[in-house]
Ligand binder design. Structure first.
Ligand SMILES: *Cc1c(COP(=O)(O)O)cnc(C)c1O
Length: 490
């Protein structure tokens, strides 16, 4: 027998020498993180990173070790400088507010350091539970399929790849033929991730037809039918229609049941981008508008938006498990499963998406559902819709404000109309107003453009927001506008 090698490096590892000292620092970090969350209603919404901290982010690659206390202090120094989405008056884009509970699951997930590509271990069962819950949430059949991912962008790629391969036949995965004939349909209000998925899948963004919307910002169904007919007449192969449940500009929900009818008649795959809006199925107020979700072939949505799981966490739900698996499964010999032992477990996520190694996102999702329950999560969604509706009503009352789109879900788009400014100047004024608001730090909206008009866009996907925050926002808009008016010479 050869003697085991042992040398000076043998006794070292990346584990701490002194676990008690390590624990002290770890507890300090937990305290700092809790303080951050406890005070999330206070202070400025967004504060740019100070120059000193920016400088700390342009250091050479460290060759030597740094004491853990110093590392922890450095990490803690970044805590105040998030985008602001933990603050109740963050109204920009569509960001979730996050939840303190997730601090707990993230600690456990880091300790387990689980890789959920496959194999038989505890984390896999937790993810399977999350998949089951998502099925139940959307009334999908027990044999449907799903995978936890980082967000709707990649979930869209996974869903549309399944749709593409179903349309072309799975042998296209080897032969790579025929993509030039495929075309799909979505509305002009679609999120950019849909066109990006067409690009990534080799379909080309021109193969995505953007159908105009009606006055409610919902896809014009007559125009959809016409375009499908034209494409068929031109010898193209329509394969997918993509509905939106909660559009990014104004929060509109396409007529999903009507889209399901058209998809059925035309034999198209129905995919729904429900990034934030699909979660509305948990709100008794929104659920009636979302009944069509259960007829979809696939849904992409996020836990990190309206369900407030901390970034990042999204999901791809696919009705046909077989299609989903055949679009991705391709296991080489070193990943072969076994009947028992560590390589067992019938379901390996590697067979359902582009990634092999995957972290334990499922745990924070599991915690969110378990800790709060769907009823409370739904109440938070209803509350945000009421706040957006209240804002819409107040905008309509105020002479200086003009509502630019109906309020359906959590988004209210309007502009400040300063007398004496023409259309171009108004656009510049509202752009400047939003930047001024962000810099003032009291409330942070973002902008969008609606029918050529620059809009102040208020999105409320935030469980911390109260009605009083809406009043503060309106006062702040008036104050910031008064300051700006002189700059614009009116
Ligand atoms: C946010 C959003 C996306 C993209 O989702 P990510 O999780 O950021 O990848 C897609 N569609 C809509 C409607 C969105 O609001």
């Amino acid at each position: 027998m050869t003697k085991p090698h042992s040398g000076p490096l043998d006794s070292t590892s990346l584990d701490p020498d002194d676990w008690e000292a390590f624990a002290k620092v770890a507890h300090q970090m937990l305290d700092d993180a809790l303080d951050k969350m406890k005070t999330s209603r206070e202070g400025r919404v967004w504060t740019p990173l100070p120059e000193t901290l920016k400088a700390e982010c342009s250091q050479p690659l460290p060759q030597e070790a740094t004491a853990l206390e110093a590392v922890q202090r450095q990490i803690a120094s970044f805590l105040p400088y998030n985008v602001g989405n933990t603050h109740p008056r963050f109204f920009g884009w569509v960001h979730g507010g996050g939840s303190p509970g997730n601090l707990i699951s993230e600690i456990a997930a880091a300790a387990m350091n689980a890789n959920l590509g496959g194999r038989d271990h505890g984390a896999m069962y937790v993810e399977q539970q999350v998949v089951d819950w998502v099925r139940e949430m959307f009334d999908f059949p027990a044999d449907s399929s799903g995978i936890v991912v980082s967000g709707t962008s990649i979930a869209t790629v996974i869903a549309l790849k399944s749709a593409r391969d179903a349309a072309l036949g799975f042998d296209n995965r080897q032969a790579g033929h025929g993509q030039g004939q495929l075309v799909g349909y979505t509305s002009t209000q679609t999120h950019s991730c849909v066109a990006r998925a067409f690009d990534i899948l080799g379909l080309g963004t021109q193969a995505l037809r953007k159908i105009p919307v009606d006055g409610a910002f919902e896809m014009d169904l007559a125009a959809l039918n016409r375009t499908i007919a034209q494409d068929r007449a031109a010898g193209l192969q329509p394969f997918v229609v993509i509905g939106t449940a909660g559009s990014v500009n104004v929060g509109a929900i396409d007529d999903l049941s009507a889209l399901a009818e058209i998809a059925k008649t035309e034999e198209l795959w129905l995919h729904i981008d429900g990034a934030f809006g699909a979660a509305g199925i948990l709100s008794p107020e929104l659920a009636p508008k979302l009944q069509g979700l259960k007829q979809a072939d696939s849904i992409a949505f996020d836990f990190h938006k309206w369900l407030h799981v901390n970034y990042d966490a999204g999901f791809a739900l696919i009705r046909s498990e077989e299609t989903h698996r055949r679009a991705f499964s391709d296991r080489p010999e070193y990943l072969t499963g076994a009947a028992s032992g560590l390589a067992a477990g019938g379901h390996w996520p590697v067979d359902y998406g582009p990634e092999l190694s995957r972290g334990f996102r499922a745990l924070k999702i599991w915690q969110q559902f378990t800790e709060h329950g769907t009823q409370k999560l739904g109440e938070m969604i209803t509350k945000n819709c009421k706040q957006a509706a209240y804002l819409g009503a107040r905008v309509c009352e105020q002479g200086a404000l003009e509502l630019l789109a109906p309020v359906v879900t959590s988004i209210c788009c309007f502009r400040y109309v300063s007398p004496g400014l023409g259309e171009d100047a108004l656009n510049r004024f509202n752009d400047a107003l939003v930047v001024a608001l962000q810099l003032r730090g009291v409330a942070a909206p973002s902008v969008t453009v609606i029918d050529g008009k620059t809009a102040i866009r208020i999105n409320i996907t935030n469980h911390r927001t109260s009605m009083a925050d809406i009043d503060i926002l309106l006062d702040e808009i008036e104050a910031a506008a008064q300051e700006l008016v002189s700059d614009f010479g009116v």
